[in-house]
Ligand binder design. Structure first.
Ligand code: PLP
Length: 223
C-alpha cells in the first residue's frame, strides 16, 4: 500500500520543473515519516533546529546519501555544529555570522558547506535577514571571507501577503542575485532558495532553484 507521504511526493515530482530541487522540511516530523520520504526518492532534507537535526541525523545515519540543509536561525555559538553537520546552510543573515563561519572553516580546515545569504525583500517584521540595501553594503566585507562557499540567496516572505506582493518579493530576490552576479564577486549567485508550502508555485515562476516544503509533503504541523 502506498502511503500518503509517498503519494504527495509522487504528485510533486510530476509537476515540478526538473531544475527545481525539492527540500523536504522535517522539523517535528518522525523518523518513520522521513524514511518514507527517502524511500519515495527525496535526498534533500531541511531542519531548522540544530539539536533536533543532530538527533535525527544519528537515527538516520544508515541513509548515507542524504543532503542536510540548515534552514533555521543560526546562533553564532552553534556555527561550528552547523558547519560540521550540514551540506547546506541557507540562513547566513549577518556579517558577524559570516565572519564566524569563515574563521571556523579556516581553523578546522574543512570544506565549506554551501552557503546562502538570507534576504528580506519586503518590509517585514521578521528579525532575520539582510534588507536589500544592507546586503549590497555588506558585499565588500563578505568578499573577504575566502573560506565561505557562497552559492546564492534565500528568502522567507512574511506571512499573509497578497499573491501580487509575494510575486514582487520573489522577483526582487531574483533581480538582486542577478545584480550581484554582474558585479564579479568571487561568489556564485546561481541558487535561489525560495518558496514554502503556501507560496512555492510563485517562487518557481520567479526562478527558484530550491523550494522548501514541509506541510505539503508531511501534512499539517502541530502548533
Ligand atoms: C518550516 C519551514 C519551511 C516549510 O514550511 P511549510 O509551510 O511546512 O512548507 C520552509 N522554510 C523554512 C525556513 C521553515 O522554517
Amino acid at each position: 500500500m502506498t502511503g500518503k507521504i509517498t503519494k504527495r511526493i509522487q504528485e510533486l515530482s510530476e509537476t515540478l520543473p526538473s531544475q527545481v530541487r525539492l527540500i523536504a522540511v522535517t522539523k517535528t516530523v518522525s523518523e518513520e515519516a522521513i524514511r518514507e520520504a527517502y524511500a519515495a526518492g527525496i535526498r534533500d532534507f531541511g531542519e531548522n533546529k540544530i539539536q533536533e537535526a543532530l538527533t535525527k541525523q544519528k537515527a538516520l545515519q544508515d541513509l548515507k546519501d542524504i543532503r542536510w540543509h540548515f534552514i533555521g536561525h543560526l546562533q553564532t555559538n552553534k556555527a561550528k555544529l552547523a558547519l560540521t553537520h550540514f551540506d547546506w546552510i541557507h540562513t547566513c543573515d549577518r556579517v558577524k555570522l559570516a565572519s564566524r563561519l569563515d574563521r571556523l572553516l579556516g581553523d578546522l580546515e574543512i570544506t565549506s558547506p554551501k552557503i546562502l545569504l538570507q534576504v528580506k525583500p519586503l518590509s517585514d517584521p521578521n528579525k532575520y535577514g539582510w534588507t536589500i540595501p544592507e546586503l549590497l553594503d555588506a558585499l565588500p566585507t563578505l568578499e573577504q571571507y575566502h573560506h565561505l562557499s557562497i552559492q546564492g540567496l534565500m528568502t522567507i516572505l512574511p506571512f499573509g501577503q497578497s499573491a501580487a506582493e509575494t510575486q514582487t518579493g520573489f522577483e526582487k530576490v531574483r533581480d538582486l542575485a542577478q545584480q550581484i552576479q554582474s558585479q564579479n564577486h568571487h561568489f556564485s549567485m546561481k541558487e535561489l532558495s525560495m518558496g514554502m508550502s503556501g507560496d512555492y508555485p510563485l517562487a518557481i515562476e520567479a526562478g527558484a532553484t530550491m523550494i522548501r516544503l514541509g506541510q505539503t509533503i508531511f501534512g499539517k504541523r502541530p502548533q
